[in-house]
Design a protein around this ligand. Structure first.
Ligand SMILES: [Zn+2]
Length: 395
């Protein structure tokens, strides 16, 4: 992103403000904001944190009914949402930590803060806790995620200004269909920004901030199976609705030493709240967003199988709400996957096996009696250099 003179001036001003605060002071501020204020919590959390053993997180060890209920709640929060409910994730990490593990979880985070979040200091319980936080909270306001999407768009290959007339018509249809689905939901978190990425082998992919990239192959073949194409679009839009890209990135940031340094910056940013601050967030956009982009690009960010099943559930929901036949859409979608043949770099490689998705999808759209759910394989995630086990295709 090229800074304009105004942006550069704002950035310098923001830099001055930020540099005036030493890093330690920022951490102390962060600590202060995270300190529990609810009644019944320890009055001096920092002291308690210093002596708190690291393996006493209520969720992990306690056998009390409260702990069991809490554990069940956590598991249900992490399970795929089959109802396509409006995302309820919180911005306030401290609040979420209390829900996760009471004051002990807060103390645990304070301990991490006290050790300056050294990645190597993280215990398995710490990682479990932070991964929970990554999936149930968002650390970037929508405005910042949109900037992330725009920056991602800038560095992505783009071919939608060189389409044939037939492809142009298809592109317009895709945009119209996306708008139609988007209008079915309230509080949709972003505009759907449509692009054709000439490097995609097939299908369509949701990125950050409402950015949806479609392949040329999809534009050229969608007239053969229009209902299947609609399903694919609804599925990608659902990834945007659920803010899957940001959550996945948060998760990946917490899962690697390289990402951890960046995660700290996002966590610090999150302490400033959910509203966008033009100066400080302008500076954040210039300094941190490019690092996030290169992290995400290197990682080839893929969604988890839970997120994929959630997106399918939303697609079924929206197709029905739009008066379309979800079963017909699924059949066309499955046929187009089969028809497009194998492609190791394509859509099928980044998605769960079709049979698992079908079981999930059919349960969602079938009226009673629903068939028993097929067990879903844990992570169908692609392994580098290994072909996808199922016949790939386009989506
Ligand atoms: Zn997907």
């Amino acid at each position: 992103m090229k800074p304009t003179p105004t942006r550069r001036a704002a950035a310098l001003l923001a830099a001055g403000l930020l540099l005036a605060l030493p890093a330690q002071a920022q951490f102390l501020e962060l600590l202060k904001n995270l300190a529990p204020t609810a009644a019944g919590l320890p009055p001096k959390p920092a002291e308690a944190a210093a002596s708190a053993p690291l393996n006493t997180l209520a969720t992990a060890n306690s056998k009390s009914p409260e702990a069991a209920a809490r554990k069940a709640k956590i598991e249900s929060e992490l399970a795929p949402d089959r109802q396509c409910k409006r995302p309820q994730e919180k911005f306030n990490i401290a609040e979420k930590l209390i829900e996760y593990g009471g004051s002990e979880a807060t103390l645990r985070l304070e301990r991490l803060l006290a050790s300056d979040f050294k990645y190597d200091n993280l215990s398995p319980e710490d990682r479990e806790m932070l991964r929970y936080v990554a999936q149930t909270t968002v650390w970037l306001p929508v405005e910042l995620e949109s900037k992330l999407g725009s920056a991602f768009d800038l560095v992505s290959p783009r071919g939608d200004d060189a389409l044939t007339p037939v492809e142009q018509d298809a592109f317009k249809e895709v945009q119209a269909q996306l708008d139609k689905f988007r209008a079915l939901t309230t509080d949709f978190p972003a505009e759907a920004k449509l692009r054709m990425n000439p490097e995609l082998a097939d299908g369509a992919f949701a990125k950050f901030g409402g950015l949806i990239q479609v392949s040329r192959n999809m534009l050229q073949t969608m007239s053969e199976r229009p209902a299947g194409a609609d399903l694919l679009l609804a599925h990608e839009l659902a990834h945007v609705y659920k803010r899957h890209a940001v959550k996945r990135m948060q998760f990946e940031l917490l899962s690697s030493r390289d990402g951890w340094e960046l995660a700290k910056k996002l966590l610090q940013r999150a302490q400033r709240g959910a509203s966008f601050d033009p100066i400080r967030d302008g500076w954040f956009t210039i300094t941190v967003v490019p690092q996030l982009i290169s992290f995400a690009r290197e990682l080839q960010l893929n969604f988890s199988s839970e997120q994929e099943l959630e997106a399918d559930a939303c697609a079924a929901h929206w197709l029905k709400a739009a008066g379309q036949n979800p079963t017909l859409a699924w059949n066309e979608f499955r046929d187009s996957m089969a028809a497009s043949g194998g492609n190791e770099q394509g859509y099928a490689r980044t998605h769960p096996p079709t049979a698992d998705r079908e079981a999930n999808f059919i349960i969602k759209v079938t009226a009673k009696p629903a068939p028993p759910p097929r067990p879903v394989k844990p992570e169908p995630a692609p392994v580098k250099g290994k072909a996808a086990p199922k016949p790939p295709g386009k989506g």
